[in-house]
Ligand binder design. Structure first.
Ligand code: FEO
Length: 393
């Protein structure tokens, strides 16, 4: 296949993955994803930025068969969905130099067994001249791993961003056709791999806002011709201010916990709060993860099974705690049959979250009038806290 023109001297050689349905063996991909790689042709040197997941090596190979020479292979991120085909590319172009930072060099050696003498190390802010085109490297740690970096081509005003600003979306078009789909695919990716690092990401956004950018070329999903679209979305997601939303992941075995969830939801909605319930037993964990980006409050709801909190709910609590969301308020409600250690588990699982843990409401069997009063109190506490946060009048 002929490489696909993005703009003058810059070509797409990546691969949509229409059929992939799970990322990191965790996050569903309803719209697939893509692994983007780019060929940049200077007057003297030709470079490849990133490769593709090895499952799609055949696609990259078919493009590269039309590229006579590759002088440099820039590795912006070592995770295998972008670097996994590097050994095959190096076999095709044995003279090519791998260009990356020192952290990535170490990871390329350990993760892919790339020979050390193949790798040239660059520094933050350093440049590489291709003849008429320049690469400027911008280190951007933690837009997934510690070695991630961007590449800017000032002559074409193109910024290559690896995972940053990318979206889980397979498309035929190189550029965005449906902003809504891209928004959801980008939020799905941001929520899983970048949201825990949002404080650091703020700095990266400030850095790239100083650049003149016409195109943002990420390593997943379509290319942005309107950079403001995705930069504005990120600014909203990384903001410290949560939204007037209660995220309510719940699971129920015989209906008692569900009854509590429905009652609490109704009270919160009556108080002017948006509620986002997710049935843990069937929910798309990617959607639930996206909801953690915005919610001011997260209330987990689960019954006790075999003397402890339902294991699926424990999984969600653990996942939420390592995502380090911006939520300021946490709660737990649930039911039990005869006893158990669920309250101890609530305290342990929520010990790392930054925010107030409200008094859990734990009910034996079906909720009684007293239990509904406790849920009323919980709803009022959440409402008052949303008011203090300025989320409610
Ligand atoms: Fe798309 Fe962190 O790899």
């Amino acid at each position: 296949m002929d490489p696909r023109k993005v703009t003058d001297d810059i070509y797409y050689v990546g691969a949509p993955d229409w059929d992939r349905r799970l990322f990191d063996s965790l996050i569903p991909l309803p719209q697939g994803t893509s692994y983007n790689a780019y060929v940049i042709k200077g007057q003297e040197k030709t470079a490849l930025i990133d490769t593709v997941d090895p499952m799609k090596w055949n696609v990259l190979k078919s493009y590269l068969e039309h590229v006579e020479k590759i002088d440099y292979i820039v590795v912006q991120h070592v995770e295998q969905d972008h670097s996994g085909s590097l050994p095959m590319v190096l076999s095709m172009y044995p003279e090519a130099r791998v260009v990356t930072n020192s952290k990535a060099k170490e990871l390329l050696i350990t993760h892919l067994h790339i020979a050390e003498n193949k790798i040239d190390v660059i520094e933050d802010g350093s440049t590489l001249n291709l003849g008429g085109l320049t690469f400027k490297f911008i280190f951007a740690p933690w837009v997934h791993w510690p070695e991630t970096m961007f590449t800017y081509v000032p002559e074409r005003k193109v910024l290559f961003t690896c995972d940053f600003l990318g979206s889980h979306l397979a498309t035929s078009s190189l550029f965005i056709e449906d902003e809504r789909l891209v928004y959801m695919g980008a939020k799905r990716y941001y929520a899983e791999i970048m949201s825990p690092f949002r404080t650091i990401i703020k700095g990266h956004i400030e850095k790239i806002k100083k650049l003149e950018i016409q195109l943002i070329a990420p390593s997943h999903g379509p290319i942005y011709q309107n950079p403001d679209f995705i930069i504005n979305a990120y600014e909203d997601w990384i903001s410290d201010t949560p939204k007037n939303i209660v995220l309510l992941p719940w699971i129920s075995m015989h209906g008692s916990t569900k009854e509590m969830v429905d009652y609490l939801s109704d009270k919160l909605v009556q108080n002017g709060i948006e509620v986002e319930p997710y049935d843990i037993s069937t929910a798309d964990i990617g959607e639930l993860t996206m909801a953690t980006v915005d919610a001011a409050t997260i209330v987990l709801a689960a019954p006790t099974i075999l003397t402890n909190m339902h294991p699926m709910a424990q999984l969600v609590a653990y996942w939420v705690s390592i995502l380090r969301p911006k939520a300021k308020i946490y709660g737990f409600i649930g039911s039990y049959g005869w006893g158990g250690k669920t309250l101890d588990t609530v305290k342990a699982l929520f010990s790392n979250v930054k925010g107030d843990l409200l008094e859990p409401v734990l009910v034996k069997g079906l909720p009684t009038a007293e239990d509904y009063k406790a849920l009323d109190k919980l709803a009022e506490e959440i409402t008052n806290k949303h008011r203090v946060l300025g989320l409610l009048p």
